[in-house]
Design a protein. Structure first.
Length: 287
């Protein structure tokens, strides 16, 4: 991933075009390029980057003149809190709705929830964010539209990110639950006289969790690098907003630092998901 980002950055252009003022001479431009190490051949730059990467040094930001990895990690907790809040909303709302839809499959409730989930999945994130700001910040004046000082600042951006996940989780849990509810062990539990609540929540839901956990892990990873629109709309001081500015300026060190952080976290999330499989379903552990 980091290699691909490195190649694409050099294909996109040179930051010298952004850094150099219009009145800079060719000699001054060459000195600036030499000071940043951009005058070297591509393979030399890539080799130096890999060596620095093993030492945890991704370089200095071209614009802020601060360590790039430090800037990304400084913004990371703010983004992480927003992601966890939105995922929490999606799980708390989406899972019960998915179970409810599966239990009432084919009924009016199921049809209404499926219709709402289609709207939630189809609605663009930027449109949802702007609509929430217009209603709750401008007209009703209930919630702030920018910043992250209090818990109230989290509600609008977190729900903006959560709405798609609520709809997606509802459909995912419904599909998994319908598959599990048709299996023999569920019919056996009911024939033994177990309560419907026990059959659904203890036996059926646990077996439906394995694919759901996979989806949650993937959604967490996608939010790490995909919350840029929401952070921009709500002026959220997270790392996605930082890297968006860096992309405009072709600030290589910031973008590469962001890529490293996201790649490491993706690998860690996949490991955690694999470990959770064995906890949720012992058959995975001993298979």
């Amino acid at each position: 991933m980091v290699t691909l980002v490195f190649v694409l950055l050099h294909v996109a252009g040179t930051p010298i075009d952004v850094l150099a003022p219009d009145d800079m001479t060719q000699a001054q431009r060459a000195d600036l390029e030499r000071s940043l190490g951009l005058d070297q051949p591509f393979l030399v730059q890539y080799g130096r980057f890999l060596i620095n990467l093993t030492q945890g040094d991704l370089g200095i930001s071209y614009f802020s003149r601060q360590p790039a990895m430090g800037l990304v990690l400084e913004r990371f907790p703010t983004t992480l809190r927003l992601i966890l809040t939105s995922l929490g909303m999606a799980i708390i709302i989406g899972v019960p709705l998915g179970i409810w839809a599966a239990v009432n499959a084919g009924g009016t409730i199921d049809g209404a929830l499926r219709f709402m989930s289609v709207i939630g999945i189809s609605a663009p994130t930027f449109w949802i964010g702007i609509l929430l700001i217009l209603v709750f910040s401008v007209q009703l004046e209930w919630l702030p539209s920018s910043g992250n000082a209090t818990w109230q600042h989290y509600l609008l951006p977190a729900f903006t990110l959560a709405l798609y996940r609520i709809a997606f989780f509802t459909r995912m849990v419904r599909s998994s639950m319908l598959d599990v509810l048709s299996q023999d062990f569920v019919r056996t539990g009911r024939s033994k006289g177990l309560s419907e609540r026990l059959v659904i929540y203890k036996h059926a839901f646990r077996n439906a969790l394995v694919p759901f956990v996979t989806i949650v892990g993937l959604q967490f990873g996608s939010l790490l690098s995909g919350a840029v629109v929401t952070e921009t709309i709500f002026a959220w001081p997270g790392m996605n907003r930082l890297v968006l500015t860096a992309m405009y300026n072709l600030d290589y060190p910031i973008i590469l630092s962001f890529a490293v952080v996201v790649a490491v976290l993706f690998a860690a999330i996949n490991l955690i998901v694999d470990l959770l499989y064995g906890i949720i379903d012992p058959r995975v552990r001993y298979g």
